[in-house]
Design a protein around this ligand. Structure first.
Ligand code: DX5
Ligand code: ZN
Length: 218
């Protein structure tokens, strides 16, 4: 099966966002990954609801919204209204993760849970069957263009095993440092979704780069 490709607009030219969204519309990208940072959960601030709404007006692909924010449970409805199809919250930001997942599903979005590099896969054991997407962070969240953490491969393999052993349906998404070298190795461990920011937007030919990622297999 071909991977799902989710370019991250964190690395896009924000002064020409409409053109960048049009490029993604015409490319073989499957989802548009939108990184929301609050300057509290992560040491950076990206963009918020009004920008997401503007992106949604032009996007013809589902918006995969990655919330790197504290207390995400307070904003689920607003992100749905702003156009999110998938809403991913961080395991580390949710005291009542099960409740937040229910909240996301109640607004008809796919529910994602992201794991920081230090957070063990085993912590999802009792909730894996309720999750639609597990986002494995292969860098520390907060910035694009960081070095890929090698331990991610083992983590993806462990997650694949957990999902399969429980007959769960969660997709495995990898976020950070994805390129044509790390991509095939991640797919070989059982990844389903590749997020790529700088690799796509800093390429000389972004649509071709997206196509190259789409053609990757393990
Ligand atoms: C990092 C973000 C990523 C980021 C990935 O906190 O969650 O989505 O855009 O950027 P690259 O692909 O450049 O590592
Ligand atoms: Zn992200």
């Amino acid at each position: 099966m071909k991977p799902i490709i989710a370019p991250s607009i964190l690395a896009a030219d924000f002064a020409n966002l409409q053109a960048q969204i049009e490029m993604l519309n015409q490319s073989s990208a499957d989802w548009i990954h939108c990184d929301i940072m609050d300057g509290r959960f992560v040491p950076n601030i990206s963009f918020g609801l009004p920008v997401l709404e503007a992106v949604h007006k032009h996007a013809r692909k589902p918006l995969d919204v990655h919330l790197m924010i504290m207390e995400p449970q307070l904003y689920i409805e607003q992100f749905k209204k702003a156009g999110a199809s998938n809403i991913t919250v961080h395991y580390e930001a949710c005291t009542h993760l099960h409740r937040v997942i229910e909240q996301i599903k109640a607004v008809d979005c796919k529910a994602g849970v992201a794991l920081n590099p230090h957070t063990p896969v085993a912590l999802l054991t009792d909730i894996i069957q309720d999750i639609d997407v597990v986002c494995v962070m292969s860098v520390n969240p907060g910035f694009g263009g960081q070095k890929f953490i090698q331990h991610t491969y083992a983590k993806v393999a462990e997650l694949r095993q957990l999902i399969d052993s429980r007959n769960a349906h969660a997709l495995i998404e990898i976020d950070g440092g994805v390129n044509e070298e790390t991509g095939p190795l991640l797919l070989a461990q059982g990844a389903d979704v590749l997020v790529a920011g700088s690799f796509v937007f800093q390429a000389t030919d972004p649509p071709q780069t997206i196509q190259n990622l789409k053609n990757l297999h393990s």
